[in-house]
Design a protein around this ligand. Structure first.
Ligand code: BEZ
Length: 251
């Protein structure tokens, strides 16, 4: 059983902001007409469709069959692929990734696959959760699970690197890092944070009996009242993003 699954309808309802906020990343990629672009971790294909509308050709990949089906329903070329085991060879001018790389805990394998997928002078442009991303959530989940004898560190599915760590991973592969920035992006939610928790924190409760999930989510939500709820009662999430642009040298 996968520890994290995606329901495209719920994703669109409670996390549609992810693609909206990642939209200007496309400007950093600046795809030219006719270029081949790989959208790594395409989700439901919202940004893939934007890339296509700019005239480039796009292959969209994701490890979630449900998300790939949602992307294919938009008439996109979408395939279920594990980004830690890609086998593309010099096939793309650009690799683009928004809000996906932090789910992959073997970054060396991903970066190696991206390197091989790119043609000389190709570019790798991405945004992911960076160091201390959703730290208040992680702390609250750790506390609530700890009180139930569960080690949250062992079931944490995320890799949130700082700038130096990710820069070194890219440089060790041979990339020239043209741009790298870590920045906070506190992000308002439309509804209750429990919807967000149910969407994104499944791995933490995967081994807990389902009858206990509601209780855990309520306890986490209660923990977060003082940190992630503003004076008007609106919830937000303490996102921190890491953005980068790296170039595979021409020779
Ligand atoms: C993010 O996109 O930053 C994120 C995704 C899943 C869990 C936590 C954060």
């Amino acid at each position: 059983m996968p520890k994290q699954t995606w329901n495209p309808d719920k994703y669109a309802r409670h996390a549609g902001f992810v693609a909206e906020l990642g939209g200007d990343l496309i400007e950093m990629l600046a795809p030219a007409r006719g270029e081949m672009i790989l959208d790594l971790g395409c989700g439901d294909g919202a940004l893939t469709a934007k890339l296509l509308s700019l005239g480039c050709r796009v292959l969209a990949i994701d490890s979630s069959a449900e998300q790939v089906a949602a992307a294919a329903a938009r008439n996109l070329d979408a395939q279920v692929v594990d980004a830690e085991a890609m086998t593309y060879e010099a096939a793309f001018e650009g690799v683009f990734s928004n809000a996906a790389l932090h789910w992959m805990k073997r970054p060396e394998a991903v970066i190696d696959g991206v390197w091989r997928a790119l043609r000389p002078a190709g570019r790798f442009v991405g945004e992911m959760g960076g160091a201390r991303n959703v730290q208040a959530v992680v702390d609250a989940v750790t506390k609530v699970l700890g009180e139930r004898g569960i080690d949250a560190v062992a079931c944490n599915p995320w890799f949130f690197p700082d700038e130096a760590t990710y820069r070194k991973l890219l440089q060790d592969q041979g990339f020239d890092v043209e741009f790298m920035q870590l920045f906070p992006r506190p992000t308002p939610l439309d509804g209750d944070i429990v919807h967000w928790l149910k969407l994104f924190t499944q791995s933490f409760v995967a081994d807990v009996d389902e009858s206990e999930h509601e209780g855990i989510y309520s306890a986490v939500s209660a923990q977060l009242e003082t940190t992630l709820r503003d004076d008007d009662g609106n919830w937000f999430v303490d996102y921190v993003r890491l953005r980068f642009k790296a170039i595979k040298p021409a020779s």
